[in-house]
Structure formats: structure tokens, C-alpha cells
Design a protein around this ligand. Sequence first.
Ligand code: SAH
Length: 235
Amino acid sequence: MTTIAILSALLDEQRGLLGELSNPHKVRRGGRDFWCGQWHGRDVVLALSKIGKVAAATTATTLIESFGAKSIVFTGVAGGVGVGVNVGDVVVASDFVQHDMDASPLFSRYEVPLYGRSRFPCDAALTAILLEAANEGLTWACGHFEDERSGYRRKVHQGLIASGDRFVSDLADAAGLVDALQQFGLNPLAVEMEGAAVAQVCHDYALPFAAVRTVSDRADSQAHVDFSEFVNQVA
Ligand code: SAH
């Protein structure tokens, strides 16, 4: 039976899944905790990458090489930077870019050297399943959570996510980052710190990858406050 890996950066993002795992057993490898078990009759391994692209890439590689993962799904939180991408919304990734990749003038800005590309696409079939699950999840959540901004209907968005080794917590910084990407035809809906690294590893191994991120903050000066409240209460 093929093993599906579900990866998150932080325990707060993973905690809800751990409780769902049958026959869980923990394996520690390369400074990471991996929980193996079954979910809905499938072999599943849950992993925590810690924060940032390097940590995410090594964890994804271990999932594939040591745990036989045949596909990887990332679930976590992100800062919303797209128009109308608000706290509580969900972003399902169509593809990823590294917003801090810049080997110009040797390579064009954002291009990952020697890959000939800046965008790493997600798997279409796995992404379609995530989209359906995200829509169902939000419909369920609408009946269970009171939103302070009453009447606000959370949305599921699909599009580009930008990853980089920086917690974006300044409106001008976020706007500059988006502007610079848009000059290269890249229009991100959200920023986070791991996804593009996992997408690159899955590209190397030709394995399906998909990612879903709930918007915890708007990558502005409130981001650290919104982020902390959100991961504790909702994610
Ligand atoms: N305060 C946390 C660190 C959070 S880093 C701690 O001490 O553990 C933020 C994490 O959430 C990263 O894993 C990143 O992928 C995601 N994230 C959420 N909002 C973000 C933002 N505005 N900018 C970058 N990453 C963000």
C-alpha cells in the first residue's frame, strides 16, 4: 500500500491530525519526529519539518527516502498577500515560487538555478482532492465558529504561494515583495516559509505534491499577534 505523507512546520498545525491516526508509533530521524499509522485505511506518516526551506527540504527527503512516501501533502498556515485573501480563508496551492531566490544576473530573478524554472507546480489530481476537502471543511466550519466580523464568509482560493526564509510582518515589505514578483508575472496569494522547498524536492523525485494553507495573518505589522492567536485557536 502506498504511503501518503502529511507534512506541517509546527505542532500547532499538526495536532488535530495526530489524534486521527490509528496504531500511531513515533520514529525520530534527522532531528525530526515522524508519526506512522493509518488513517481512513491508508498508510500515513505525519511529519513536522520545523520552520524554513532547508528544514522543509531535509524533512521531505527523509519522508521519501526513509519512510517510502509516495506523495506529500503540506498543511499549515500562511500570511495572506493576495487581494481579498483574508484571515480564516484557505489557500490551496496551484504552484510555488521562492520569493528570496535571486541568482541574477546569472539567472533570471526567481529562477531556481539549473532547473530552468521559477514555478514548481502542484499535482493536479491531489490538488483537486484538497480543494474539495477545503470547501467541505469551510462549510463545516461556518456552522461551528462564530466570526467576529459577522457575516464574513470564509473563502477557498487557489493560486500561487511564495515561500522564503523570512516571516513577513510589515505591510510595506509584503507590498514590495508582491510588486517585485508581479514584475515577473508571478502573482502570489500567500506567503509562508516551507512549501516551495517541498515542491522542489517532490519535483526532483517526480512525486505528487499538494498544499493547503489557512490564512493566519495578513503579513502586516499585526502578523505576529494574529499568527500566534490563530495557530493556537483555529489551525
Ligand atoms: N512564532 C512561531 C514562528 C512562526 S514562523 C514560533 O515561535 O514557533 C511562521 C510559520 O507560519 C512558518 O512556518 C510559515 O510557513 C507560516 N507563516 C504564517 N504567516 C506567515 C507570514 N506572514 N510570513 C511568513 N510565514 C508565515
